[in-house]
Design a protein around this ligand. Structure first.
Ligand code: 13P
Ligand code: SF4
Length: 321
């Protein structure tokens, strides 16, 4: 279906034709392509900026482009729109959601928040615009610890929606946080038993993990950090091999930046699935990016009242980072 639509636009297209067509459209639209590390390698290669959730928000805030093409998931494109109400924000596939965002519906969260009305609400950026609008401060995996540390000790805090990141922040700050019980379907998939086997097979390898992983995986990690922090760590460490417990898309950049080092994806529990690939992130394709730019849709739209309310906690995060 997608191929048939595309064939009309770029007859007998090949990847190189598509990349050239995307580059041409970028100039024509004055567009910028922002991509997350969990995107397919061919998308990473066509991006103007590749980063983690914080880096992508900062780029969205700073861009002078008229059109933002977001090669990531819905909450990331929403954040770009919240920061840029007058720009056209394109998300190549509007179905690119996130289990964390889906697991925190706004009506249930409103009740949770009302139960703890004296609490400050710090929400992980992996949530809907409605949840952001109900939050005091947004954080990402790269600044969550730093942000919580800036809040006075006597102030109780709700941390939503990722319980694993929340637990990690509690451990790093020594603070008690009231956690929303959400998790990422990709980061809860890693097998402890297979990780132990890999460590025996590669005794020199360091284990590096994203804080969205479960505690049973994090306890083996030599280093824990956001996707950007993990990438930087692999460049700076003297180790020659790494077992990587996060979405496997990041291995492309790790290998590219350190071609002589070895990167091994931490395996999921189920042998018969690619569960360490985010099914939402991987909905985006080069073809869909081309069509989104060509047709100027699907466009990310938000009700202005929600956008305005969601802007303040994002602004606070950017100034506290
Ligand atoms: P970071 O890129 O901020 O590390 O987050 C990972 C993630 O799961 C994004 O959805
Ligand atoms: Fe959401 Fe997990 Fe996918 Fe990130 S990897 S977008 S947290 S489902």
């Amino acid at each position: 279906m997608l191929r048939a639509i595309l064939e009309k636009e770029v007859p007998n297209y090949r990847t190189q034709d598509l990349v050239k067509a995307i580059q041409d459209l970028k100039k024509e639209l004055n567009a910028v392509i922002l991509a997350h590390y969990y995107q397919d390698p061919d998308i990473q290669e066509v991006a103007d900026y590749l980063g983690d959730s914080l880096g992508l928000s900062q780029q969205a805030q700073a861009t002078t482009a008229d059109v933002i093409v977001f090669a990531g998931v819905h909450f990331m494109a929403e954040t770009a729109k919240i920061l840029n109400p007058s720009k056209l924000v394109l998300l190549p596939d509007l179905e690119a959601g996130c289990s964390l965002a889906q697991g925190c519906p706004s009506d249930e969260f409103a009740k949770f928040k009302a139960t703890y009305s004296d609490h400050l609400v710090i929400s992980y950026i992996n949530c809907s615009a409605e949840i952001k609008a109900m939050s005091d401060i947004i954080c990402t995996s790269s600044n969550a610890v730093k942000i919580v540390q800036q809040i006075p000790k006597e102030q109780p805090i709700i941390f939503a929606p990722d319980r694993n990141l929340g637990r990690y922040v509690m451990k790093m700050t020594g603070r008690q946080l009231r956690l929303w019980d959400g998790s990422c379907i990709v980061h809860e998939t890693f097998s402890e038993r297979k990780l132990i086997e890999l460590r025996l097979e590669y005794p020199q390898a360091e284990v590096i993990a994203h804080p969205e992983c479960e505690e049973v995986i994090l306890k083996y990690a030599n280093f824990i950090g956001s996707t950007s922090a993990l990438l930087k760590y692999t460049q700076q460490s003297t180790s020659q091999a790494f077992i990587v417990a996060t979405e496997s898309g990041i291995l492309h950049q790790m290998q590219k930046l350190s071609p002589d080092k070895q990167f091994i994806a931490s395996p999921p529990i189920d042998d018969n699935c690619a569960c360490n690939e985010c099914p939402y992130m991987r909905l985006n394709t080069l073809e869909k990016i081309y069509l989104a730019m060509k047709n100027k849709q699907p466009e990310l739209k938000l009700p202005e009242n929600i956008r305005e309310l969601a802007y303040k906690p994002i602004e606070r995060m950017l100034s506290m980072s």
